[in-house]
Ligand binder design. Sequence first.
Ligand code: ZN
Length: 268
Amino acid sequence: MRLETDNLTSYSLLAVFAHPDDESLACGGLLAWCADRGARVALLCATHGEQGPNRSGNNKTPAQLGSTRARELKQAAKVLGLSDVVLLDYPDGSLKWSDTNPLKEQIVDAIQKFRPDIVITFGRDGLYWHPDHIAIHESTTAACATMGTKAPALYYVTMPPDCVKTLVDTISSRPAAHALSKEFCGISDLNAFGAQAPHPTLVLNVGCFAIQKLSALRCHQTQVAGSVLMHMTDRDAEELFSIEHFHRSIIGQTHNTFLESLPSRPNK
Ligand SMILES: [Zn+2]
């Protein structure tokens, strides 16, 4: 049965990620789309990203960077139309080696609070083997598994290999962007993105919401200043950010969700 998808006010989605900026990069188009159609879209982010790079040009202590990234996340959430942001304070960079039992409980609490139809997080590859991404995948999967058949449908973000490399090569080959770093998210091996990602079971064209995704990513200035993302046009976003990929887990509800009923691309 296909569901009504122009009006999503009776639906709810919870995204669970490790760092401020993961939400925009991984599935910003879908989050914006669902929020625009009235769904309640909440985000739980496990760390402040205080050990990450700082490309904004101002020296910051980890605590200062964490505060700045919290503000950037708030701005990105506004751009995407998120209704709720839960920002936790687990140690950035060492989530995998932390006691994640409390995190698992906090994810269960968030599921009970927001009652999402859908939970989205990273797959077991962490998109590019980032240990924090793998840790949030494991904690979210474990949290949903403890809820048995009452768990919401669980989806993992995934991407085809070459996706990020194509984006970076396209933008950085232009004369104005020639001198830019070819790193993406601080990773120089662009072939790492999606190299071991699970195959997609759901491929969505997020259409016009790709521009919102780019705007949201640019809110994370400490992460994207001086990168190819600052040289993308709206048209680039529609070409290079319009497809988002997801893999549905076997955990949780098994019926068709509203995601599977979304049209091939949104009508604005
Ligand atoms: Zn991350």
